[in-house]
Design a protein around this ligand. Structure first.
Ligand SMILES: Nc1ncnc2c1ncn2[C@@H]1O[C@H](COP(=O)(O)OP(=O)(O)OP(=O)(O)O)[C@@H](O)[C@H]1O
Ligand SMILES: [Mg+2]
Length: 242
């Protein structure tokens, strides 16, 4: 992270959960402007809950979440989704009975009065994933898993957010599709995007990210870099990830 600039996402003392128990406990993390940070951890660690808490989708949350200069801790999701944060969620959550382009446009609902900007964003998504340009009028249900993941990432880009949250974008994809998704994330970094990437695949996280946090049982237990992973940290990571 560039120490001079303040982080684009800053979380401190965040606790969040669903019922009587917090599944995320007192965590802190930050993502700098233009930085890519991974959140690694086994099934059930609380990774998705962190992303949902950032988006305001988890009711039970305490602590501070700041995006840019805005404290979003008490903001409703529809305000946060208006250009502060956007998510490519677990399971992609596309409207399968709608076209690729209609799914993409859903990400830019708050920008609909600025059609020129929406057009520019659409072009940038189609430049990132050219196959989607060819399929733009096709029903999303006809796409492969990899192509559906591209739409989910594209919809996230359409809101032009300060921080992009990706929840296991590589899961259940073929090696070729994983490679396309990784290259897209690297291209987003070139464009200056700030990313928080939830992953279970260490290779994907180390290819894309500057720093990695490891989460188990709702707590952040390690912070590493791709270099420290390569210099022996892999055994520590494997221990946590199983
Ligand atoms: N809507 C919900 N209601 C109640 N409990 C939930 C809900 N969603 C998740 N949990 C529980 O919270 C814990 C953390 O779940 P979370 O989905 O954040 O984990 P995760 O790290 O994303 O796991 P995975 O890698 O399997 O996606 C789990 O024990 C899960 O059962
Ligand atoms: Mg999850």
């Amino acid at each position: 992270m560039n120490e001079q600039s303040s982080p684009v996402l800053e979380i401190s003392s965040l606790s969040a959960g669903y019922g009587r128990f917090d599944v995320v406990r007192d965590i802190g993390l930050s993502v700098g402007k233009g930085e890519a940070v991974a959140l690694l951890g086994p099934n059930g660690a609380g990774k998705t809950t962190v992303l949902r808490a950032i988006m305001g989708l988890v009711k039970q949350r305490r602590g501070l979440v700041r995006i840019g200069a805005t404290n979003v801790s008490d903001l409703p999701t529809h305000r946060i989704a208006r250009g502060l944060a956007a998510i490519a969620p677990e399971g992609r959550r596309l409207f399968l009975d709608q076209s690729v382009e209609d799914n993409l446009l859903l990400g830019a609902l708050h920008l609909r009065r600025d059609q020129a900007r929406v057009e520019r964003l659409l072009t940038s998504v189609y430049d990132l994933f050219p196959v989607l340009r060819n399929y733009r009028h096709r029903l999303s249900s006809f796409l492969s898993g990899g192509e559906q993941q591209m739409v989910a990432i594209g919809r996230m880009l359409m809101s032009d957010p300060e921080i992009m949250l990706l929840d296991e974008p590589s899961v259940a994809l073929s090696p070729v599709a994983v490679d396309i998704v990784v290259k897209a994330m690297l291209e987003l970094r070139k464009r200056g995007a700030s990313l928080l990437l939830v992953e279970q695949r260490i290779d994907v996280a180390t290819r894309v990210c500057d720093r990695l946090y490891v989460m188990t049982h709702g707590e952040i237990v390690e912070e590493m870099t791709p270099d420290t992973v390569r210099a022996g940290g892999m055994s520590i990571l494997s221990k946590y990830l199983g």
